[in-house]
Design a protein around this ligand. Structure first.
Ligand code: F0G
Length: 457
């Protein structure tokens, strides 16, 4: 049999391994029709990619099982990071792949912080080290590759900053046109600068993120010309789920608790999907023993107080959210009042026996500095919400019995906080709260420096 024929067969087999389904009513649709619709045609629910039983890698023999994507991988131009897991990603042809590469970010053990806050085992997955400085690159490499495969030439997104930076970069690399909508005056300078440099067409909207997303969706829904790349796009989720695979490979086991910032709810759903696939498909070499495999983490979603529809829904035990019309937090990345993925996010939280909570802006900025000064990790404000939460419940801070209970449940467990974006994107927030004594002016001679050193000692 010639190689082309066997490649085609492999692709056919891969196609049959995935479905595009409604998260709410389970209706299924043709994957390659995606982009002519964004929500379920029957009930209007959000869509997700599902892996069917035929992609049960355990039936494919040990060689395949021990290193995911082993076969496809050798042909892909990038077999690292996200695309290491290409068997679990619904892109059919390697020629469509647009990769920098992305993923393979460090999982940093934070001993100083763990000691200071009274936790036994604390890690930070530093997603700020992706090519454009945020976790969005995991989703964009898959989303933009799929856009290529579906034949789209123009891509659009609404963004609080990181999505637009990432989409702009991947569009540039793929030679596709990129249109971004951002809420005027509400996004960090470094993120706008990225979109400008990567050559996107940028519209500042006199409104908030939720309004930008509504506009972008309406434009994309008008025809099969412009593809929407926000996290309602299920191919984004397929890329972002790989963070769960990496965390598990890096630890050698599934962690007890994963804490993430929540905005639109895409990332918490992505990681939960990833952990479920680890369980379902048993493909990670280091997690061979059944007991380990059957573990799953609690997913803990943290929001900023001024933009916390998911945390409020969780606290009241509700199955749906109430939209916040005028969200406000200085952690601009998560300033979202109407998260499109709320159903998936709440699903991840309830199903994993996790929970959701909120923290104040003051606590977020304190936590951002604490993480930087104790571990050398500079993350953007939104990314510090998990640390702010841990600080709040840590025995040293908390008076409330509920917080004390949460602390008791976490203190001896393995905790992974996902640091979603790089602090360099948003230096203004740090400089705004600068303690003037930290940066001093001295004349250009060692004597005056010595005097100044002596004074501050
Ligand atoms: N952290 C950062 C740094 C983000 O940029 C975002 C979302 C989130 C967390 C929340 O992730 O939406 O999947 O729950 N940023 C989007 C953007 C909205 O446009 O860049 P989520």
């Amino acid at each position: 049999m010639d190689t082309r024929k066997s490649e085609n067969q492999e692709i056919e087999q891969k196609r049959r391994s995935f479905t595009l389904s409604c998260f709410i009513c389970n209706s299924s649709f043709e994957i390659d029709d995606y982009g002519s619709f964004y929500y379920c045609k029957k009930c209007g629910g959000v869509l997700e990619i599902r892996i069917t039983k035929s992609n049960d890698l355990s039936s494919l023999g040990d060689e395949r099982r021990l290193s995911t994507g082993a076969k496809t991988l050798s042909r892909l131009h990038s077999s690292r990071g996200v695309w290491k897991y290409s068997d679990l990603i619904p892109v059919w042809h390697e020629t469509n792949v647009v990769s920098m590469p992305e993923g393979e970010t460090p999982l940093v053990e934070c001993r100083n912080l763990a000691r200071a806050l009274g936790f036994k085992s604390l890690y930070v997955k530093f997603e700020g080290l992706n090519p454009t400085g945020s976790f969005k690159d995991r989703g964009m490499t898959v989303g933009v590759s799929k856009a290529n495969e579906l034949g789209f030439k123009k891509l659009i997104c609404a963004s609080t900053g990181n999505t637009s930076a990432s989409l702009a970069a991947y569009s540039a690399k793929a030679n596709l046109k990129c249109i971004v909508l951002i809420p005027k005056g509400k996004i960090a300078l470094g993120k706008v600068a990225q979109a400008v440099a990567y050559g996107a067409e940028i519209f500042q909207v006199e409104g908030n993120f939720d309004e930008c997303l509504r506009m972008a969706t309406e434009i994309a829904e008008q025809g099969r010309e412009i593809l929407l790349l926000n996290s309602v796009n299920p191919f984004r989720i397929e890329g972002q789920k790989t963070a769960a695979f990496e965390i598990t490979e890096q630890l050698g086991f599934v962690p007890d608790n994963v804490i993430l910032p929540v905005g639109n709810g895409g990332n918490i759903s992505s990681l939960w999907k990833g952990f479920k696939e680890i369980n379902q498909l048993a493909f990670i070499e280091t997690v061979k023993d059944i007991e380990q495999r059957e573990r799953s983490p609690r997913m803990i979603g943290i929001q900023a107080e001024g933009a916390s529809p998911i945390a409020r829904a969780f606290r009241s035990g509700a199955k749906s959210i109430e939209i916040e019309k005028e969200p406000h937090t200085d952690a601009s990345a998560i300033n979202i009042g109407s998260p499109v993925n709320w159903a998936k996010a709440l699903g991840a939280i309830y199903e994993s026996h996790g929970y959701s909570d909120s923290v104040s802006d003051y606590e977020i900025f304190e936590a951002q500095r604490l993480l930087a000064s104790s571990e050398g990790l500079f993350v953007e404000p939104a990314s510090a919400t998990p640390i702010a939460y841990l600080r709040n419940i840590s025995s040293r801070n908390s008076q409330e019995s509920q917080s004390r209970d949460q602390y008791e449940r976490l203190k001896d467990s393995t905790i992974v906080c996902v640091a979603t974006g790089n602090g360099l994107k948003d230096p203004n927030t740090v400089m705004r709260d600068l303690d003037q004594n930290q940066i001093k002016v001295v004349s250009a001679d060692a004597k005056s420096l010595e005097k100044s050193l002596f004074v501050s000692a």
